[in-house]
Design a binder for this molecule. Structure first.
Ligand SMILES: [Zn+2]
Ligand SMILES: [Zn+2]
Length: 255
């Protein structure tokens, strides 16, 4: 698209996010992009895979619905999307960290025996354990955040985030709209009520002294323990089973 519409791209850098520009499949084919066609009939589903460029039209009277489905093995694609969207200062439609942690809570509760050895807990088992989809997604996210916090240096106080920090309002980075469910940085001195992600903490202000902070829903050590819990370590499972219950109750408005 960049090659065929250079002027339009310059004008509207986020052209690919808009729904107003489509290419003829023949141009795509000429450029070596594989193109497939699907005809959807009543009662049928069409699944669009992550990052698949797609377009469609109605060929008659129609009533259709599009929904986003997040399977556990989608989480790594979701993480990728979150990072790409923040580079373009675009909001995400859901909090990916909340979704990721929510899956981890359910898995931990299941693995620790909550709810019995049902089909559900067997299903979670197939995503947990060393190097399996959910464990890997949590570990990747932990590494990413750990790196970002380290890169900030020592000018920030690390503080535990209030559990209901984003329960009643959306919290997002003032610079890039990154969702702040897991971590948020701020400064008491110059910008009360404003938060940035850990990538932009240094751009929020340049105050020195003791006023800048990073709020952490979980410390890096706690998240490491969560990874071990998903891998099946008994001690960590025990610790996280109660944290998970607490978080799930908060989510369901029980506390
Ligand atoms: Zn940011
Ligand atoms: Zn400041």
């Amino acid at each position: 698209m960049r090659k065929h519409l250079p002027d339009l791209f310059e004008e509207t850098p986020d052209l690919l996010h808009g729904l107003v520009t489509q290419f003829s499949p023949s141009i795509l084919k000429d450029e070596g992009v594989p193109v497939y066609r699907a005809v959807q009939r009543a009662g049928e589903y069409v699944l669009t895979f992550p990052r698949a460029y797609h377009a469609g039209f109605n060929s008659g009277f129609n009533c259709a619905e599009a929904v986003n489905v997040a399977t556990v093995d989608w989480l790594s694609h979701g993480q990728n999307a979150v990072e790409l969207l923040s580079e373009e200062n675009k909001k995400t439609s859901v909090s990916h960290d909340k979704l990721l942690l929510g899956a981890a809570y359910e898995a931990v509760r299941s693995l620790s025996g909550g709810g019995g050895e049902s089909g559900k807990s067997l299903a979670w088992r197939s995503f947990c354990g060393k190097n399996l989809a959910l464990t890997k997604a949590v570990e990747t996210r932990l590494r990413m955040e750990e790196g970002r916090i380290k890169a900030l240096g020592s000018g920030f106080n690390l503080i535990k985030m209030e559990k209901d920090f984003d329960s009643n309002c959306e919290r997002e980075c003032v610079k890039c709209c990154y969702d702040l469910h897991l971590t948020a940085s701020g400064c008491n001195k110059c910008s009360p009520g404003e938060y940035a992600c850990t990538k932009h903490a240094n751009e929020l202000c340049s105050c020195e002294g003791n006023d800048r902070f990073v709020l952490l829903r979980y410390t890096v050590d706690e998240l490491r323990s969560l990874v071990r819990a998903l891998e099946g370590e008994a001690e960590d499972l025990k610790t996280w089973a109660s944290k998970a219950m607490e978080a799930l109750d908060l989510d369901h408005g029980l506390v």
